[in-house]
Design a protein around this ligand. Structure first.
Ligand code: IPM
Ligand code: MN
Length: 353
């Protein structure tokens, strides 16, 4: 019987609430692949930073390396500057474990209301491949003349041919399993170095995939089209920052950021991949037990796929789709009054066990 060891970084706010529910669903669904899971909950969060001055222990990355995968809730809490918590864990983790694919599906489920008019279930079905290790998030730059009126800050974007090429190849491979269309997000009209290299690399990679339609779209036009005609997108490949922004947009046009999952993936499997909801720690509803657990549950479903539990993954997704379609149990973000636990229990009941 395959057995997996998972590190659980619940993090802050609603993070631990929703990851606990995702664990219940995985434990149940895993039976379909005769798999079992061992969960290690690691309390590396803002509270730990306030007590000990660090989000995670010094040997944190070495410990995380030993797991098969990592399930993350959300990190960040008022009172600790976001850049401190995020540079203490999530952002270095993405780079150190070479999690260069940030995979973010956005799907309009039956039974969920899009804020866009007249959108049919399934008509929005976008898979974003966000570059996750370099680009605008490269930790390069610095400040000078600090505290003076002529203080300067340099924030340097880093685009490498290898970095562009590998995320683009991943996107084309993904598109072959879908509707065979890739849209590359650019801004080479204004950003004449990094984004020009991005475009050149895209054209070169596209030549290796003549069976896949390849388009290039400026990011501002893409923001318009995510709203105006989201059904025109299949696979989207974007740099780190553009992918970040567009996936909040793709999440909201499919009904709720409470439904949007993601995987930070190292395709070569040299390191454990990290699965997390797109949403944050939501301090305004933390502790109330009303957070939507579905983004965390769907993220855990992506983890099941990655680990090689396809039947459990498929059943989990189908159970979520069935619960949304039935529309009986909904958390407040979806217009209902159900609690986090009630929503999870509806999913558990919908599993074919
Ligand atoms: C995300 C988040 C992070 C990011 C933040 C919390 C640093 O918004 O995963 O999309 O920008 O990557
Ligand atoms: Mn984001």
């Amino acid at each position: 019987m395959p057995s997996y060891r998972i590190a659980v970084l619940g993090g802050d706010g609603i993070g631990p609430e929703v990851t606990d529910q995702a664990i219940r669903v995985v434990d149940a669904a895993a039976k379909l692949d005769a798999a079992s899971f061992e969960w290690d909950r690691l309390p590396w969060n803002s509270a730990r930073y306030l007590k000990e001055g660090r989000v995670m222990p010094e040997d944190g990355f070495d410990r995380l390396r030993t797991y098969d995968a990592i399930l993350l809730g959300a990190i960040g809490w008022p009172g600790v500057p976001d850049h401190v918590t995020l540079h203490g864990l999530l952002l270095p983790l993405r780079r150190k474990f070479d999690l260069y694919v940030n995979l973010r599906p956005a799907y309009l489920f039956d039974g969920v209301q899009s804020p866009l008019r007249d959108k049919k279930p399934g008509s929005i079905d976008i898979l974003v491949y966000r570059e996750n290790t370099e680009g605008e998030y490269a930790p390069l730059g610095g400040r000078h003349y600090e505290g003076t009126p002529h203080e300067i800050a340099l924030q340097v974007s880093l685009f490498t041919r290898r970095g562009c090429e590998r995320i683009m190849r991943a996107a084309f491979e993904g598109a072959r399993k879908r509707r065979k269309k890739v849209t590359s997000i650019t801004k080479s009209n204004a950003l004449g170095f990094g984004m020009v290299l991005w475009d050149e690399t895209f054209r070169a990679v596209a030549r290796d995939y003549p069976d896949v339609e390849a388009h290039s779209l400026l990011v501002d036009a893409a923001a318009m089209d995510f709203v105006r005609r989201p059904e025109s997108f299949d696979v989207v490949v974007a740099s780190n920052l553009f992918g970040d922004i567009l996936t909040d947009l793709s999440a909201i046009v499919t009904g709720s950021v409470g439904l949007a999952p993601s995987g930070n993936i190292n395709p070569e499997r040299r390191f454990p991949s990290v699965f997390e909801p797109v949403h944050g720690s939501a301090p305004d509803i933390a502790g109330k037990g009303i957070a939507n657990p579905l983004a965390a549950i769907l993220s855990a479903g992506m983890m099941l796929d990655h680990l090689g539990c396809p039947q459990a993954a498929r059943a989990l997704r189908q159970a979520v789709a069935d619960v949304l379609k039935a529309g009986q149990v909904r958390t407040p973000d979806l217009g209902g009054q159900a609690t986090t636990v009630q929503m999870t229990e509806a999913v558990l009941q919908a599993l074919p066990l």
